[in-house]
Design a protein around this ligand. Sequence first.
Ligand SMILES: Nc1ncnc2c1ncn2[C@@H]1O[C@H](COP(=O)(O)OP(=O)(O)OP(=O)(O)O)[C@@H](O)[C@H]1O
Ligand SMILES: [Mg+2]
Length: 578
Amino acid sequence: MAETWKPVKLAAKVIGHISQGMYRTPAGAIKELISNAYDAGATYAKLHTSFPTFATFSCEDDGSGISKTKFIQLMEGGIGDSEKQATAQAQVGKNGRPTVGRLGVGLLSLAQICPRFKIRSFHEPTRTAFEAEIKFPAYSRQEIDRIVEETKENQAKIIKHGEYRYSDISYEKGKHGIIVTTTALRDMFRKTMSNLETFAHSRFWQSSESYPTFERFIDAIANPGLSSLYFASQYDQLLFGLALASPIPYVESDSKGEGLETILLKVPEIASLQKQLKGFDFRVEVDNIELCRPVVLPSNKDRIKAADCIFPRSPRNVTFTLKDGVHEEEVSVDKYDIGVKGRDYLFQIFHFAYSKTVNGYPLQFSGYIFLQTTRLFPKEYQGILIRLRNVAIGQYDSNIMNYPLAEGPRFSMLSSEVFVQHGLDDALKVDRDGFNSLDPQYIRLQAFVHSILHELIFPGSWEEEKARNKQRRETRERETVSTFSTKLKQATKKQFTKIEIVPKAKGQNPAELVQLDKSTGIVEIYESHPEAKHVLGHKKNRGIAARVVAAFEVANREGTVEKRRKIFYELIGEIFNE
Ligand SMILES: Nc1ncnc2c1ncn2[C@@H]1O[C@H](COP(=O)(O)OP(=O)(O)OP(=O)(O)O)[C@@H](O)[C@H]1O
Ligand SMILES: [Mg+2]
């Protein structure tokens, strides 16, 4: 490598971005490399973390590569001045991929995880290859502030930030793409990554190896025992973050129906999105496992599979009123009610599409809201995820864009993705991790989501939940009464076969609280008896109380203490062992 280090020059506006604190999680920084490979027309990005030591890191792609001239341009003031989105129109790359890059700061974010790295580039059109090394300093807050001040005073367009050097290497025929490597991972990154005490693979599969398949990874993180990735290792979080963020297809079972599955693909619009994503022909591998969009739904405690769900043939059309300040409009969406074989669960998917001019520019998005009957695992699936050009912006937001009302546990049962086709570019923050919440287009999207939840989804789900709980209580009660009856029959040698709570309306002025009717074999308990209120207690315990009372009365008919005790214990045991 040529020994001459040269200063890296940046467009001055970038320092503003740096000073805004481009803090990213490791996944947030690494996903920039994936986006760059994708923009460069690669068919894959292969990442190696050197698990479990994390001493080195590399990312290789088979994209266009970069010519030396272009690279030098980049180092000499090109950073922060991406050529990709010079026009307002979204650009389209290989296989119709919407181009992700737009600022020219993605590479800079790598400084978050390593202060120096190497690039090797193979550029087919010019049949040249080079190797370069780049150092980005870690500035302190004060230093950044000083630089910002200086650039203001000088009106300088270019500032110096770090150093680079490069040299030619021999071009291998037919080879194209870039390899980024580093052995200088920041200590923080290396230490937190190599702490594998909470590695989900070892917790649930007793393995200290990295995951053999993506399926195994999903199995581990969706384990209800984990509940949140927060309790898993940084490595688990990295895999999840990259799988979620990348412009890659959803998990999908093979032609034999084997493998992971998500109910989402049953929605025609999402099936066609999947087709489009597959058509981009882009794969991401981390430590030799191929990643997919990890959104495996449903994902509940009972680990119900998509294959066990009963999906309706067609959706129902439902409407709600979108309220955004003074703006109001009726919006109609598709609702799918999803049953589960042999269970009383009811899952729901609402699919929507919206297209309007907002603030003078087109805003167009589509998406879904999935609602489970119980909590979603891991917690990282809960909330809403916004994607711009198929790349996730941040992670799932469990606050649902600052939803203003308390909705209790239902937030933990909801998982949503919004796919933005047009608009919101100006609202995007530099770190591509979130949006400016004052942007009018963002506000419209927020109003859409809040309105559909508040007006349509939550009121409906509340009613359904109440009805389901009532039904469950009744079923349970019926079942326990019937097992108790069987036991009663045995204990009394068929003299008594049933208990019945006689409601107030039917039995007025009974002589006793309990009457044993030998002719019918029924133990009757009268609600109208003055003692009933006290003995039977609260309505939800009434069934149990009635059975205890019946057990006592039936046992009491026996002649000896031993026999009374034996029958009473037998029946009591049955009640509390239910
Ligand atoms: N893997 C790659 N293959 C080919 N060219 C690349 C690759 N990575 C980066 N480049 C070139 O380097 C430039 C800078 O990349 P960088 O990620 O910093 O900016 P960007 O992708 O243009 O915009 P953004 O900051 O929004 O990501 C790119 O515009 C591209 O020309
Ligand atoms: Mg980029």
